[in-house]
Design a protein around this ligand. Structure first.
Ligand code: F6P
Length: 353
């Protein structure tokens, strides 16, 4: 009897359960047993988990989160971590492991692979920043949630003639902010790949004000950095540490914009009442049921990962390239980040007005 392990690591992501179901179904069809480790690499270190039956995974592609739980445990930071994983796999009679995760989780899988353990990677992140795959599941759901939130912010911002800064997830890249912002007609989108100065931001907001546009929405990715930020004085915290814009990004940006508008004497008198608010969408973007796209992508990736196991083609990652689900280079996927390209950002910039 052949057996493998499976785990989900890093931030949870809509579509994870579809992948688990795909792997279990495909393996079961070839008589391969699947042991689900709980809480990512932590389960592989403690051995905690359960054998997954077809009943366990029936219909779970409709559910958000992961039935296996997740954590950000790094095997490489634990004494004898890799050896403990190897021993636990041996004890359970597992010939290989399907690791579903982002760059951290897959980075560990890649290192264990180089130490001789059989690994198959499945790329996962709402941030969509893993290379070698055109999309990661979870991104579509998260962008739709962010889009709906921005749609709603339009009416409240318009009712109060306010500026609202809405912060989306994306600590290294701006895929969610750009996708949701463009879809929901944000008037300015700020992402880490294309830093802007405060003056450039104000140029857009002041032009809108002077043009008689009565409210503004700014979508910002959490990893955005203001160009020239190092020279700015945002004050200090209770411990005397210099305040950085990125901590409380949306809140800081909103208060800077409000202050600048109120103090600009070249603008009319009503500017003295200008208000700017901030909204952080946070983990709401990761919660709830996956979109149809993410359910189907997760399923296809899971079935493909199962197929690699069946064929003993270990050492790779599954990926979406074009419309095909293929086997891709795990090493490359964890060493290169997929960033928003200039063509996409420039196209969106046409609407920054
Ligand atoms: O990596 C995905 C992600 O959702 C990022 O966008 C975000 O910065 C991070 O996870 C949040 O992590 P946590 O759930 O540990 O707060």
């Amino acid at each position: 009897m052949r057996n493998i392990g499976i785990l989900t690591g890093g931030g949870d992501c809509p579509g994870l359960n579809a992948v688990i179901r795909g792997v279990v179904e495909k393996c079961a069809s070839e008589g391969i047993g699947v042991y689900g480790f709980f809480a990512g690499w932590r389960g592989a270190l403690t051995g905690e988990g359960k054998w997954l039956t077809l009943d366990d995974v029936e219909g779970i592609q409709t559910q958000g989160g992961t039935i296996l739980e997740s954590s950000r445990t790094n095997v490489m930071k634990i004494e004898n971590g890799p050896e403990t994983v190897r021993q636990n796999m041996e004890k359970l009679g597992l010939e290989g492991l399907v690791a579903i995760g982002g760059d951290d989780t897959l980075g560990v899988a890649n290192k264990l692979r180089k130490m001789g353990m059989n690994m198959v990677g499945v790329p996962k992140t709402i941030d969509n920043d893993l290379s070698c795959t055109d999309f990661t599941f979870g991104f579509d759901t998260a962008s739709n949630i962010a889009m709906e939130a921005i749609d709603r912010l339009h009416t409240t911002a318009a009712s109060h003639a306010r500026c609202i800064v809405v912060e989306c997830m994306g600590r290294h890249t701006g895929w969610i902010a750009l996708q949701a912002g463009l879809a929901a007609n944000a008037h300015l989108i700020l992402i880490p790949e294309f830093p802007k100065t405060f003056e450039e931001i104000m140029e857009v907001i002041k032009k809108r004000y002077k043009d008689g546009k009565r409210y503004s929405i700014i979508a910002v990715a959490e990893g955005f950095e203001l160009a020239g930020q190092e020279d700015m004085d945002l004050g200090v915290d209770a411990f005397g540490n210099k305040l950085l814009l990125n901590k409380d990004l949306a809140k800081n940006l909103a208060s800077m914009i409000e202050k600048e508008m109120r103090n600009d004497e070249t603008l009319d008198e009503k500017r003295k009442y200008f208000e700017c608010r901030s909204v952080v969408l946070g983990h709401v973007q990761r919660g709830g049921a996956p979109s149809a796209f993410d359910r189907v992508l997760g399923t296809r990736l899971g079935v493909k990962a199962g197929e690699l196991v069946v064929n003993k083609e270990y050492g790779n990652m599954v990926a979406l390239q074009g419309t095909n689900v293929v086997s891709a280079d795990l090493d490359k996927a964890v060493t290169e980040r997929k960033e928003v390209d200039k063509e996409f950002y420039d196209a969106a910039s046409l609407y920054f007005k």
